[in-house]
Design a protein around this ligand. Structure first.
Ligand code: IPE
Ligand code: IPE
Ligand code: MG
Length: 243
């Protein structure tokens, strides 16, 4: 099935970021509760994690819960937190040699979720394949404001001077400082917006939007996105002739 789309193994993006959107609309379309859409969405996430690891992606960053998602009904938030507890599967990570990190305001997460995340991070820290990053209670503006605050504090105590604050130094203050910027950003679910996700980091990412609701996104669609990416010319401000 996957062979229909021949992606070039030599040009696999290092870092893919995904906005997993459309769970609620998919559930509604099937006459189900939104929480059912999230459950099926979690299964999609597992499939995409396994396939991404298999084809050699180095970092996969999944937008799992945004700062703005705290404004959803309490019962949906609680269903999502419980689902998160159920979906963190060390055995899947270990089997696929996947290490695990989180970005976002962990202090806002329930204590049991924080503990579960931390123990999983520790238990798979030795894995050397793909690094899976979940963005949880995350938004770019929160992250950028936090970085600005930390830089101000570091300037105050003389760790860095104001003149030394350039884009490289600034990036090192972001929660994503351990990985390269996304090469490819995928958003499912039909909306064409970034919803406060990795705004700084996606300055030069290739963007791929598809109408497929996240529960129906699959390996083939991932390959299609990568195939499209491999046909783009990334110029970074230069002319075609310079590339
Ligand atoms: C994405 O699906 C999952 C989260 C934001 C947690 P949605 O829940 O946003 O689904 P739609 O957009 O309402 O269909
Ligand atoms: C973005 O989806 C957040 C996640 C996928 C976790 P939303 O469904 O919350 O985005 P908006 O609010 O419709 O833009
Ligand atoms: Mg949505």
């Amino acid at each position: 099935m996957l062979n229909e789309i021949n992606i070039d193994p030599a040009l696999i993006p290092q870092h893919i970021a995904i906005i997993m959107d459309g769970n609620g609309r998919w559930a509604k379309q099937h006459g189900k509760e939104r929480s059912y859409g999230h459950q099926v969405g979690a299964q999609t996430a597992r499939k995409i994690i396994e396939e991404s690891a298999r084809i050699g992606i180095k970092h996969l960053t999944l937008y799992t819960f945004s700062t703005e998602n705290w404004n959803r009904p309490a019962e949906e938030i609680s269903a999502l937190m419980n689902l998160l507890l159920d979906s963190i599967e060390e055995d899947v990570f270990l089997r696929n040699n996947v290490s695990f990190r989180v970005i976002g305001d962990m202090s806002k997460m329930p204590a049991d979720v924080q503990e579960r995340l931390q123990s999983c991070i520790n238990n798979v820290a030795h894995c050397t394949g793909m690094c899976l990053v979940l963005a949880l209670s995350y938004s770019s503006r929160w992250e950028i404001a936090e970085a600005a605050k930390q830089i101000a504090l570091d300037v105050q105590v003389g760790k860095i001077t104001a003149n030394e604050v350039d884009s490289v130094a600034f990036s090192s203050y972001l929660s994503t400082n351990f990985m390269p910027d996304p090469d490819l950003l995928i958003r499912t679910g039909g909306e064409v917006r970034l919803s406060n996700y990795l705004l700084w980091q996606c300055a030069y990412s290739e963007l791929y939007f598809c109408d497929t609701y996240w529960p129906e996104f699959d390996e083939k669609e991932l390959h299609r996105a990568i195939y499209g990416y491999q046909r783009r010319e990334r110029r970074f401000g230069k002319t075609s002739e310079q590339i």
